[in-house]
Design a protein around this ligand. Structure first.
Ligand SMILES: [Zn+2]
Length: 417
C-alpha cells in the first residue's frame, strides 16, 4: 500500500494489511447468515441467529451478553394495545476502562418476512451478489467484525475500548432497543453504524427524524337502517383527519406527513365505532419535529367533538440527525482516513433513518453508513458488491487505528455537540 496519508505510519498500514481482502474469506458466513430468515417479525429465526453472532464475535476479546429489549406496544385492529416481546440484542464489551470508548451498532433483522419468496443468496460470477440482507446489513456486520479483528493486532489498541450492539428490531423502528442505544451512546465518544453505503460509495450526511403514530378513534355504532342518525362514524372522522393532516405536506419546514394504513369498522350495515389511522412523519430538525407534533395535535382536536374520542399511541422513534459541528468534524476525520486508503468519500443528506439518529440523540457523534457497498435494499433485487468487503473492513480498522494513535482526537468530538 502506498503512503497516502499523514495519519498513518507503517504500524498502522501493517495492521490494516491484516484485514482479509479476498471475498472468499467472507462468502461462507455471509451466505449462511443470509439464508437464515431473520425478518423483524420472525422471532424464532431471530433467536436462532443470536448464537451465530456469539460464535463469530467470540473471536474478539471481551464479554458477550444478551440485552433484553423493551416490549413493543402494538395497536391491534380493534383499538386495543398489546405488548409484544422483541427478544434480545447481542452485546459485546471490550476494554471498558480504556480512555477512548467507541460504540459500534448494527441490526440482524431484515425486512423480508418468513413467507417472503426472497429467502436465499443467488451465486454469481460477477461482482454483484443478490440475497436478503447481503447489504442491509449482514454484510455490514461481517465488515465490522473483520475490521475489529484486525484492529486487535494494533500496538496501541489498548487506548480504545468498545461496545458492539446488534439488534433485532431496527427495521421496525428500534423501539425495543432504543433505550440500549441511548444508554451505550451516552457513554461513548463516537459511534460507528454499519448501514450500507451507496454503490458509488456515497455516505449518509444529515438524516431527517422519523415518528410513527397510531391514532385510535372511537365513535358510536348504530344500525344503519333503524338508527343511522344515532351513530357517530369513526371512519368518517378518520377520513377527515387524514385529509386535513396530509394537507400540511405543502409546508416550508421540510416535514412530510404520510398516512400509511387505516383499520376499522365492521359490517356494511353498522355505523363504525372504531378506526385506527397509522401514520409517519419525517422532520429535518428537533424544531420542525416539534412543529409537526403540534400540527398532529391540532388535527386531533379538530375531529374530537360530537362524540368522537381519540387516543394517540406511538412517538418519535428516530430523532433528527442534523449536521452540527461534531458531525462535520467526524465526517472530515473519516474522509481523511478514507483518503489514506485511496477512497474518496462524499456525504449526501437523506430522509432515511437508522440507529445513527438514536446515537446522535444520546449526544454521540457518529457515522452510520460504514457497511458494505450495495443497492436496491428492501427489495428482492438487494445486492452487495463483493469487492467492497475487504475495503470496508479496512476502513473500520483504519478509523480505529487513527483514533487510537492519537493522530485524530476522539475526545474532541462530543465537546462539539
Ligand atoms: Zn439497515
Amino acid at each position: 500500500m502506498t503512503d497516502l496519508s499523514d495519519l498513518f505510519d507503517k504500524k498502522i498500514y501493517d495492521t490494516i494489511a491484516k484485514v482479509p481482502n479476498d471475498f472468499a474469506h467472507y462468502e461462507k458466513k455471509l451466505v449462511d447468515w443470509c439464508n437464515l430468515n431473520t425478518g423483524s417479525r420472525n422471532y424464532l429465526g431471530l433467536k436462532q441467529f443470536l448464537p451465530l453472532l456469539e460464535e463469530a464475535f467470540g473471536a474478539l476479546p471481551g464479554v458477550i451478553s444478551r440485552k433484553k429489549l423493551n416490549p413493543e406496544k402494538v395497536v391491534m385492529t380493534n383499538g386495543k394495545v398489546e405488548e409484544v416481546d422483541l427478544g434480545h440484542s447481542f452485546h459485546l464489551k471490550v476494554r471498558p476502562d480504556a480512555p477512548i470508548q467507541i460504540v459500534l451498532t448494527g441490526h440482524y433483522d431484515t425486512v423480508f418476512p418468513i413467507d417472503s419468496p426472497f429467502q436465499s443468496v443467488t451465486p454469481t460470477d460477477n461482482d454483484e451478489l443478490n440475497g436478503p440482507g447481503v447489504a442491509d446489513m449482514k454484510g455490514g456486520i461481517l465488515v465490522m467484525l473483520e475490521g475489529l479483528k484486525a484492529f486487535e493486532h494494533y500496538e496501541f489498541k489498548d487506548n480504545i475500548g468498545y461496545e458492539v450492539l446488534l439488534s433485532p428490531d431496527e427495521e421496525i423502528g428500534s423501539l425495543g432497543s432504543a433505550h440500549l442505544l441511548h444508554e451505550i451512546g451516552s457513554r461513548s465518544d463516537l459511534g460507528l453504524t454499519y448501514e450500507p453505503a451507496l454503490p458509488d460509495g456515497s455516505m449518509a450526511g444529515a438524516r431527517k427524524g422519523s415518528a410513527n403514530f397510531a391514532l385510535i378513534i372511537h365513535g358510536k355504532s348504530a344500525h344503519v337502517g333503524r338508527a343511522h342518525k344515532e351513530g357517530i362514524s369513526a371512519i368518517l372522522a378518520a377520513a377527515k383527519f387524514v385529509t386535513s393532516l396530509e394537507a400540511n405536506n405543502d409546508n416550508n419546514h421540510g416535514v412530510t406527513f404520510n398516512c400509511g394504513k387505516i383499520d376499522g369498522g365492521s359490517a356494511n350495515n353498522v355505523v363504525p365505532d372504531i378506526a385506527i389511522v397509522r401514520f409517519n412523519i419525517r422532520a429535518p430538525s428537533p424544531e420542525t419535529m416539534n412543529w409537526a407534533v403540534g400540527v398532529i395535535n391540532e388535527n386531533i382536536a379538530a375531529i374530537s367533538s360530537n362524540g368522537i374520542h381519540c387516543h394517540l399511541e406511538g412517538g418519535i422513534s428516530r430523532p433528527p440527525k442534523p449536521k452540527n459541528k461534531a458531525q462535520e468534524q467526524i465526517m472530515s476525520d473519516i474522509s481523511r482516513i478514507a483518503e489514506g486508503l485511496g477512497i474518496k468519500m462524499q456525504f449526501k443528506d437523506t430522509g432515511g433513518v437508522c440507529e445513527g439518529n438514536n446515537l446522535f440523540a444520546s449526544g454521540c457523534p457518529n457515522i452510520d453508513t460504514l457497511g458494505v457497498l450495495g443497492g436496491n435494499i428492501h427489495s428482492s433485487d438487494e445486492y452487495v458488491l463483493k469487492s467492497s468487503f475487504g475495503k470496508r473492513a479496512a476502513l473500520t480498522t483504519a478509523i480505529l487505528c487513527a483514533y487510537a494513535s492519537g493522530k485524530l482526537d476522539a475526545k474532541a468530538l462530543r465537546k462539539l455537540m
